[in-house]
Design a protein. Structure first.
Ligand code: ASP
Length: 315
């Protein structure tokens, strides 16, 4: 099997032309770094599960993306992060919801998967368990960035004035990865700060298996966008169900899921790979930060609509 890895850094980019060339480059560099982190594992025959975890951890470490360092804030000005990882070969899945503590929420999800008898942990009990497992923690300030504070302030001010619209790119994000490894195993991982100004306690689609994250023998899926809409249509599972039960190919299955998303008024995008290594990256927003790396290490990234562009380090 020829391994492949695809990632997203969130749907809902700035309008083309409104980002400075430096900002565009910084996003492409961040995507490329994450692709390479995952590719290094796949290239030596490593598991898809490790590749998606490593790629998502790299995006969590990058403050440009809404996960880990640089996560968006709740209405109360705090970080409440969600993450999930799923192994398509075994249907093992681990997730965390509404947490602030573990430096890399995706590793926290992985520890829940591998070292607890549960699928999803939240609240003080989650943090207690993760600390006891030796997961690396960071102070709340680590996750904080001036940009996300400004966005929250602008959003609350706009709401107070009765014009609550702020740009998609600042409102949400999410990072995710899907991969097929040389042994034919599929895996998916997703991590997010959620939506700017969300109610404290709100949990989106990201950590819900079958909604924002899914992997089985047919496909691996990671979603980004308006989480409530993705949850309502069980987006990740819907793609798999279409393939397994309706005989759809990956493009058709993801297109049907996107249509279902639109039928409930949802915006965002999907990242999916099937067991033949085909990749689909549909979205209904202006853009979606995204990238794909093939078995030979050739990386392509994209920010807006249109074909992905070749990317080489140092560009
Ligand atoms: N899906 C995420 C959530 O609703 C946010 C996003 O992807 O933009 O929490």
């Amino acid at each position: 099997m020829t391994p492949i890895l695809a990632i997203h850094g969130g749907a809902g980019t700035m309008p083309p032309g409104s980002m400075t060339p430096d900002a565009e480059r910084a996003h492409r560099v961040g995507l490329h770094r994450a692709l390479m982190a995952g590719h290094a594992i796949l290239a030596v025959g490593g598991p898809a599960l490790d590749a998606v975890t490593a790629a998502v951890a790299a995006l969590e470490d990058d403050p440009l993306f809404n996960a880990g360092h640089g996560a968006v804030l709740t209405r109360g000005g705090r970080h409440e992060m969600d993450a999930a990882v799923m192994d398509g070969a075994t249907l093992a899945v681990g997730a965390v919801a509404g947490i602030c503590g573990p430096r890399n929420p995706i590793w926290a999800a992985r520890v829940v998967m591998e070292r607890s008898p549960h699928v999803l942990l939240a609240g003080p009990g989650a943090l207690e368990f993760l600390r006891a497992q030796g997961v690396a923690f960071a102070e709340p300030e680590y996750f904080d960035t001036a940009r996300r504070r400004d966005t929250l302030r602008a959003m609350l001010a706009a709401e107070a004035e009765g014009s609550p619209n702020i740009d998609d790119a600042d409102r949400h994000g999410t990072v995710g990865a899907v991969a097929l490894d040389a042994a034919g195993r599929l895996a998916a991982a997703t991590s997010t700060g959620g939506m700017t100004g969300k109610l404290p306690g709100r949990v989106g689609d990201t950590p819900v298996p079958g909604a924002g994250t899914w992997a089985d023998a047919a496909c691996a899926v990671s979603a980004t966008g308006h989480g409530e809409s993705f949850s309502r249509i069980a987006a990740g599972h819907e793609v798999s169900a279409r393939m397994r039960l309706a005989g759809d190919d990956l493009d058709t299955a993801t297109a049907v899921a996107m249509a279902a998303l639109e039928a409930v008024g949802g915006t965002g995008g999907l990242l999916a790979v099937d067991r033949a290594g085909r990749v689909a990256l549909p979205f209904n927003t202006r853009g979606m930060y995204r990238g794909v790396v093939d078995a030979d290490g050739a990386a392509r990234t994209g920010l807006y609509r249109g074909p992905l562009q070749q990317y080489s380090a140092g560009e």
